[in-house]
Write a protein that binds this ligand. Structure first.
Ligand code: UT7
Length: 325
């Protein structure tokens, strides 16, 4: 049976020029490189320059993905951009990106699910393509989390970084089998009763300030492994596949211990897991497309490889996508 699939045709990323090694935090915080590496796997992260906006990062990542796809910006008819650190309260960072790309047609909007943002954006873009609302969608995760750090809080500020990644999905016909290229299944979940274990203490309607990130790391950690593994398994089941069918897991890059424990729980060996957290830190919604693009440029993915992505973040919100490359 012929079906419409959302097939990846290009991927790209951008990291701001400034690289901050763990040792830099030792200058003003009671922390050290050994603790950060042992507890998180993070060695360095990138921070945006003064005046460098989320839309600037998104623009560079989008150009990279457009080049990889061999298309023009005008060939794209929608942008779905996941971010929790938009340039402004409104207009959306997606429409700012649209303008930077010189696009005057199509539609663009932001979506916010914190670190699960890219899983939510992929699911939304997939639904738009399958429903015939768009033929080519630029799906972006872009963040400047350095803008919402409390630099005196060693339990959070060493964890996050800035960056952007972009994936272009195109409507293509498939046979309706698990051999089709493109997105094969999605699983999204959230539970707002956990709002208070990971949040930003400001906002437009509450404080009229941007606020800074607050996290009960240990609590989030406990939920992460169980929820990610169960969501990954649900998505695979929906697609009619199992963990044995997976060629590559591309997880949200928050903490190497979470990545390893989740892989172990799912029965996937670490040599099938893409890991970039050591170089990027946690870039929230940008982490999955960043990892995908880095792996793609390294020649890691082959056409028809089966990819599983999974992410969790503030909300709590989490989800997984199964796609054939
Ligand atoms: O992407 C969104 C989702 N977020 C996450 O997935 C993050 C989930 N959580 C984590 O990754 C981990 O919980 C952290 C990396 C945040 C913390 O690691 P942990 O192994 O859970 O450490 P902990 O919070 O239990 O803290 C252990 C100790 C504490 O000291 P005491 O109370 O035992 O004396 C902390 O104060 O480590 C201390 N500590 C630090 N020490 C040196 C916390 N941060 C630091 C630091 N440097 N930067």
């Amino acid at each position: 049976m012929s079906v419409i699939r959302a097939v990846p045709i290009g991927v790209g990323h951008y990291l701001p020029a400034r690289v901050v090694e763990n040792a830099e935090f030792e200058k003003w915080l009671d922390t050290d490189d050994a603790w950060i590496q042992a507890r998180t796997g993070i060695q360095r992260r990138h921070f945006a320059a003064d005046g460098e906006l989320t839309s600037d990062l998104a623009y560079e990542a989008a150009l990279d993905a457009i080049k990889d796809a061999g298309i023009e910006a005008a060939d794209i008819d929608a942008i779905v951009l996941a971010t929790s650190t938009p340039d402004q309260t409104f207009p959306s960072t997606a429409t700012k990106l649209q303008a930077k790309l010189g696009m005057t047609s199509g539609f663009a909007f932001d979506l916010q699910a914190v670190c699960a943002g890219f899983a939510y954006a992929l699911t939304t873009a997939n639904a738009l393509i399958v429903a015939g609302q768009a033929k080519r969608i630029l799906v972006v995760g872009a963040e400047t989390f350095s803008r919402i750090m409390d630099w005196k809080d060693r339990t959070t500020c060493v964890l996050f970084g800035d960056g952007a990644g972009a994936l272009i999905l195109e409507a293509q016909e498939g046979d309706g089998t698990t051999k089709d290229r493109g997105i094969l299944s999605c699983d999204l979940q959230s539970d707002g009763t956990y709002n208070d274990i990971l949040y930003v203490d400001g906002g437009v309607s509450s404080t009229q300030t941007a606020g800074v990130l607050k996290m009960q790391g240990r609590e989030v950690f406990k939920h992460a492994v169980t929820k990610l593994a169960s969501s990954g398994e649900t998505a695979l089941k929906k697609a009619g596949l199992t963990a044995d069918d997976v060629t590559w897991v591309v997880p949200h890059q928050a903490n190497l211990r979470i990545i390893k424990n989740t892989a172990q729980k799912m029965g996937v060996s670490m040599d099938k897991v893409v890991v970039t957290v050591q170089d990027h830190g946690n870039t929230s919604a940008a982490s999955i497309p960043l990892a995908m693009s880095v792996a793609n440029k390294a020649g890691t993915f082959k056409r028809n490889d089966l990819l599983l992505t999974e992410a969790i973040g503030g909300g709590l919100a989490w989800g997984s996508i199964v796609m054939r490359w």
